[in-house]
Design a binder for this molecule. Structure first.
Ligand code: HEM
Length: 499
């Protein structure tokens, strides 16, 4: 079927963008064995908001996520999902996340210090080129390590840390361009009973070996941290603890025993957050800096805005930005939104219809027979692929020039949009019951990092103009064309502001 042309596309979205132009806002492809799959960059409200748990994840996604993050929220469905989410929620309130601002600022400051040190000794212009993604990944490790587990990864200090090593380039090393036999094998997983499917991970394939090692390393650490937090709680020494794991342990202990998280579910929390908060945030920031490098006029605009808000902070006698100050930087926020629109790390979501259903379309499509189709009937078990990258480029939703970087589109109110996404009506963080629990964490972290970076550096495209490719490696990873062996890359030319 179309499975290979989807997993081997040169750049994420190549097929979706072409098919949207050719066929409209819904189309049908064939999977392996002739199975039909409906693709929709629309109907999102129906699937994510109105259908509750009736569109669970496809077996392939569940199995792969389980191998990376264990038996936790990412694989649970229905009441089990709701039970885990309830325990996690208290750690993701706006008030709780605000307490992490000093941590985010200090990691951003550390990163800037390291870049300045490096740029002090440059001898040629090409020495100014830095693979920003590898640094953003290190910063993301330090931030989530401290915020979520009170655990010091030391990634920005160059310390050899086994967790950092285990996650480095995880997606590019394991999920990019699977072999044909892997694609075919995965298509059979839906036929294997769940209890047997678990043994699939013991097959000695490239991704199984990598996933098993990563999960083993992080689960060992997770069990140790949970034991320490539990001890602190029992001895009532945890009152001042603000890290997320302490909050999970406390919330779990106050639950009724029948709804408490099992040891396995608790242990998986660390792998879940490491997976959720790492490559997603660091790569998103990489894409954003790339866009700003291509649009120096926006860099200038953002810097001016940051300076203006800083004056306000100084005038009121504060030493640092608050969450409110970051939100007052409307141009900064608009640039973040626009970059997330063009570069959604999670570019598609695959779901399966849990029961027979009719998916209403916001825009009709013309069938191959010439009929006007306003709804798609799906049978129980049919795969529905939600094209997030496709939705983010729909002219009806975002305006006439959806392929261009134009943050100003987020500075005006758009009439008539259907409410689907958590953040700026984007689907970058998905939506509904299973929407990203960490979206505020990610945005706050991005705001803190970007403000610090723009305050200190100027970004430009390197002189040799490397071609950046959006590769489909489970997530939308950036690589340099013909240099895939280097893994995730975002080379940018960096200059210290003011010399
Ligand atoms: C730019 C950064 C991020 C992006 C683009 C992103 C994207 C997403 C998406 C699309 C989902 C839905 C996945 C699905 O339904 O299969 C999701 C779920 C999730 N994310 Fe994020 N995420 C980001 C940052 C974070 C952070 C910082 C954390 C934690 C601190 C986090 C934790 C989670 C968790 C736990 C879930 C599962 C939620 C559930 O099933 O109820 N994410 N994320």
């Amino acid at each position: 079927g179309h499975s290979l042309c989807n997993v081997y596309q040169d750049q994420v979205g190549d097929n979706d963008f072409r098919w949207i132009k050719e066929y409209g806002y819904a189309w049908l492809t064939k999977g392996c064995w002739g199975v039909s799959r409906s693709h929709v960059p629309q109907a999102l409200q129906h699937i994510f908001h109105k259908s509750g748990y009736r569109y669970p994840k496809v077996v392939e996604a569940i199995q792969i996520t389980r191998q990376i993050a264990g038996d936790g929220i990412l694989v649970a469905n229905g009441t089990d999902h709701a039970r885990i989410r309830k325990i996690m929620n208290p750690a993701f309130t706006a008030a709780q996340l605000r307490t992490f601002i000093p941590l985010f600022r200090s990691c951003a400051g550390k990163l800037c210090g390291a870049w300045k040190e490096r740029l002090r000794t440059v001898t040629t212009e090409s020495d100014r080129t830095i693979n920003v993604n590898s640094w953003f990944a290190r910063a993301a490790f330090d931030m989530v390590g401290e915020a979520a587990f009170d655990y010091h990864c030391g990634a920005l200090d160059d310390s050899e840390n086994e967790v950092v090593k285990a996650y480095s380039n995880l997606f590019a090393d394991s999920l990019l361009f699977p072999t044909k036999i892997t694609v075919l094998f995965r298509s059979l997983w839906g036929l294997i009973p769940n209890r047997l499917l678990r043994y699939v991970e013991y097959l000695p394939t490239r991704e199984n070996i990598r996933f098993r090692h990563t999960l083993k390393v992080v689960n060992r650490l997770s069990a140790k941290i949970i034991a320490e937090k539990t001890k602190a709680r029992i001895q009532k020494k945890d009152e001042k603890e603000r890290d997320m794991m302490s909050i999970f342990v406390k919330a779990n202990a106050s639950e009724h025993p029948s709804t408490r998280l099992s040891d396995k579910e608790m242990i998986s929390l660390m792998a879940t957050l490491m997976l959720g908060a790492n490559e997603t945030t660091s790569s998103s920031l990489g894409w954003l800096c790339w866009e700003l490098a291509k649009h120096p006029e926006w860099q200038k605009k953002l810097r001016e805005e940051i300076a203006l808000i800083r004056d306000r902070v100084t005038a009121r006698g504060d030493a640092d930005f608050s969450a409110g100050d970051y939100d007052a930087m409307s141009n900064v926020l608009a640039a973040i939104k626009e970059s997330m629109r063009l570069h959604p790390l999670v570019h598609t979501l695959a779901r399966v219809a849990g029961c027979e259903d009719v998916i209403p379309l916001s825009q009709p499509v013309i069938s191959t027979k010439g009929d006007v189709v306003t709804e798609i009937p799906v049978s129980a078990g049919q795969t529905v692929i939600i094209s997030i990258c496709g939705y983010h480029r729909l002219k009806d939703v975002w305006g006439e020039d959806p392929d261009a970087f134009k943050p100003e589109r987020f500075l005006v109110t758009r009439e008539g949009q259907i409410n689907v996404g958590i953040f700026a009506n984007l689907m970058s963080f998905s939506g509904g019951l299973r929407g990203c629990i960490g979206w505020r964490f990610a945005i706050l972290q991005t705001q803190a990092m970007l403000v610090e970076l723009l305050d200190n550096f100027e970004f430009a495209i390197p002189d040799d103009k490397p071609e950046i490719q959006r590769v489909p490696a489970g997530q939308m990873i950036s690589m340099v064309r013909n240099k895939m062996h280097l893994g995730t890359q975002m080379p940018l030319k960096i200059s210290v502001l003011g010399g």
